[in-house]
Design a protein around this ligand. Structure first.
Ligand SMILES: Cc1cc2nc3c(=O)[nH]c(=O)nc-3n(C[C@H](O)[C@H](O)[C@H](O)COP(=O)(O)OP(=O)(O)OC[C@H]3O[C@@H](n4cnc5c(N)ncnc54)[C@H](O)[C@@H]3O)c2cc1C
Length: 512
């Protein structure tokens, strides 16, 4: 194994983005992935001709040059691209009393809401009018320019002053919760439930716990860059990043589980794999979760006790029950791809089993299922606690999957007669295959109660990326975390040169 400048533990989107960008900067980057398939939560697996997403399936702006999506920006810089199918409506929300089509365009969305509540639709418009200007202001500063240290400020002031000035009127919104904006604009309970649901789908928390920029970005992106599904599934995004990594000299080691980050005199010196192999590098970036990094990968004495305790006290969002199905597709020509089913209006939307997410990607990409079939992924929150591989496991698994079956039956009533392949995943499955602490969706850091930490750690040379770092959970967010971290490890002039190549800032060099 050649010497390297950087070792990245984990090939989730966060780890891959950091490694690929560092490789693009000329650093010798090695990614060590425990699994035999790259991608973490975004990886796909195949069974009998069906290709299953295990996590994300909702994407905006993967191919649109105007998009703010950091994945798209990074792929451009790596010289890679994706094919994707655009679609609209982006999904259907099935409430117990009604089904509602969700459109990407804010005007169409409000028109659809007006069919249920005219007053609510007007309020929703006001809600949009508060959030979309923030998205427009954010558009002036490319995510590729961001870094997580003081050197960001001179870069922003010198290169992006006009855009910064546009953000100033929105500064109070940056730290506010979506709940604050909702309280100021929306009184209608139907629309308030809708906003809570969209926040929950995005951050795992309702409006009062979700930060405004996250939702502004999501609404802005889906309105202006559009919703699309990558041909080849989520794995196509992962593969494009891996191609980009390799194109610039980076290395990906699959099946390489890292057991320990090696620290000497408070400084990182490398990592040790499960097979005992030692890889040396002055910089290690962990894409494992905050809990896994600080409990499994480091010895307690490597970190200051109070820092370690505070980090490990970060609350975790629950894990999931998953139902992966291969079904016969005859007679389902009008099927659409995304659905959210809320079983019981009297129960909170965050109650495990009550809100079920359904994705049928073969609607957009026929290559992910054998001819004449569809592939379905349905999931719902489920706490990790109480799950054990004991004698009751199989029975409990089957009974917990029932809520997912009932949800899909709202869309495909004769579902059970169509099933040709069934796989049920529990929080234990999720924790095992995604190598994640308690199979958690990510940290439950509520708006105004805390902030996602940046990439730095108290150990010299050790950095973190992914969904337990800033800006948070979701594919665009973790891609941004990888970019933030990679930029922090190089000179600002190197970043500016890349941006210039991308046409973001034509006059950069002269003013460096
Ligand atoms: C069910 C579900 C649906 C989702 N839907 C969407 C969606 O539609 N749109 C969206 O944008 N986001 C969605 N998300 C969120 C998004 O997928 C995640 O936030 C994101 O992919 C997490 O990326 P990451 O880089 O932080 O980490 P991960 O994907 O968790 O990757 C971490 C990697 O590190 C590896 N690793 C861990 N420990 C070690 C070790 N010791 N040695 C070597 N390797 C190690 C793991 O194997 C893994 O590959 C969804 C998530 C889930 C679970």
């Amino acid at each position: 194994m050649p010497d390297s400048d950087v070792i990245v533990i984990g090939s989730g989107i966060g780890g891959l983005c950091a490694a690929a960008l560092l490789a693009r900067y000329g650093k010798r980057a090695i990614v060590c992935e425990s699994h035999t398939i790259a991608g973490g939560a975004a990886h796909n697996f195949k069974r009998r001709g069906f290709q299953f997403d295990c996590g994300p399936s909702f994407y905006c702006g993967l191919t649109n040059a105007k998009s703010l999506n950091p994945v798209k920006k990074l792929l451009d810089i790596l010289g890679e691209s994706l094919e994707a199918t655009p679609y609209d409506p982006l999904g259907h929300y099935h409430f117990p009393e009604s089904t509602f089509a969700v459109y990407s365009q804010s005007e169409l969305y409000c028109q659809e809401v007006a069919k249920f509540t005219k007053a609510g639709a007007k309020e929703l418009q006001q809600f949009y009018h508060r959030l979309l200007p923030l998205y427009k202001a954010m558009k002036g500063i490319p995510s590729l320019a961001l870094r997580a240290d003081w050197q960001l400020l001179p870069v922003l002031l010198r290169r992006y002053l006009p855009s910064l000035l546009k953000i100033i009127p929105h500064l109070p919104l940056l730290r506010a919760s979506v709940g604050d904006v909702m309280d100021a604009t929306v009184g209608d309970w139907w629309v308030r439930r809708l906003i809570d649901l969209e926040c929950f789908l995005l951050s795992g928390l309702k409006a009062c716990g979700t930060i405004v920029p996250e939702v502004a970005l999501m609404l802005g992106e889906r309105s202006s860059a559009g919703v699309e599904y990558p041909i080849g599934g989520s794995q196509a995004i992962v593969n494009a990043l891996v191609r980009g990594l390799k194109r610039w000299g980076g290395i990906l080691l699959l099946g390489c589980h890292i057991e320990q980050i090696l620290v000497e005199s408070g400084k990182v010196v490398g990592v040790r794999s499960q097979t005992g192999q030692i890889l040396k590098a002055p910089i290690v970036i962990s894409n494992a979760s905050i809990w896994d990094t600080y409990t499994k990968l480091l010895r307690p004495e490597d970190l200051p006790t109070s820092y370690r305790q505070a980090a490990l006290a970060t609350p975790a969002i629950d894990s999931f029950m998953h139902l992966h199905l291969g079904i016969r597709a005859d007679g389902l020509e009008n099927l659409t791809g995304h659905h959210v089913v809320i079983h019981d209006s009297n129960k909170d939307i965050t109650t495990p089993g009550n809100t079920c997410m359904i994705s049928i990607p073969s609607v957009w990409d026929a290559t992910v299922a054998p001819q004449g079939h569809h592939v379905i992924h349905a999931y719902t929150l489920e706490p990790y606690a109480g799950w054990e591989r004991n004698q009751q496991y199989e029975q409990k698994k089957r009974s917990k999957a029932e809520t997912l079956y009932r949800a899909i039956e709202k869309i495909i009533p004769d579902l059970r007669q169509r099933v040709v392949l069934e796989l049920i995943g529990t929080p234990l499955t999720h924790a095992f295959y995604l190598r994640r602490y308690q199979g958690s969706y990510g940290p439950a850091i509520a708006a105004k109660k805390g902030m996602f930490p940046g990439p730095h750690t108290p150990i010299k040379g050790l950095y973190r990326v992914g969904d337990s770092t800033m800006p948070g959970i979701g594919v665009p967010a973790v891609a941004a975390s990888g970019i933030l971290c990679a930029n922090t490890l190089v000179e600002p002039s190197q970043t500016l040169e890349l941006l210039e190549n991308l046409g973001f800032s034509p006059k950069l060099k002269s003013t460096l």
